[in-house]
Design a protein around this ligand. Structure first.
Ligand SMILES: [Zn+2]
Length: 115
């Protein structure tokens, strides 16, 4: 049986990818930034550790005692209402399922006051 050497991590046949400099547009571009993706991933991981599961759980559903897989990470406060420096703060992020996320961003009628 031939042994395939996996010692070389380089793939000379593939052109090296340059990090794409993406122009960040005012609002939606934020969700394409590397920083956001990293923060999002961390939020998911923290969530998994918190609940001791392999997939992130919707925290809004959790409050109701329902275990629902989260597929999005939401800002607890409207992003536009926050200082930009807080956009990546884990304490401002919440894993949510799509239905909770949709209903939240649909109504955006949460009047919680936070410091
Ligand atoms: Zn939910």
């Amino acid at each position: 049986m031939p042994t395939i050497s996996k010692s070389s991590p380089k793939r000379p046949w593939q052109p090296e990818r340059k990090a794409q400099e993406r122009r960040i547009t005012q609002s939606d571009g934020f969700y394409h930034t590397r920083e956001w993706r990293a923060a999002r991933r961390v939020a998911m991981q923290l969530n998994m550790e918190k609940y001791g599961v392999d997939v992130a759980m919707c925290e809004a559903c959790m409050e109701l005692g329902v275990w629902t897989v989260a597929n999005t990470v939401d800002h607890t406060e409207r992003r536009t209402a926050m200082n930009r420096a807080l956009w990546l703060e884990q304490s401002n992020l919440k894993c949510m399922c799509s239905s909770c996320h949709n209903s939240k961003s649909g109504s955006e009628a949460h009047n919680k006051t936070k410091e």
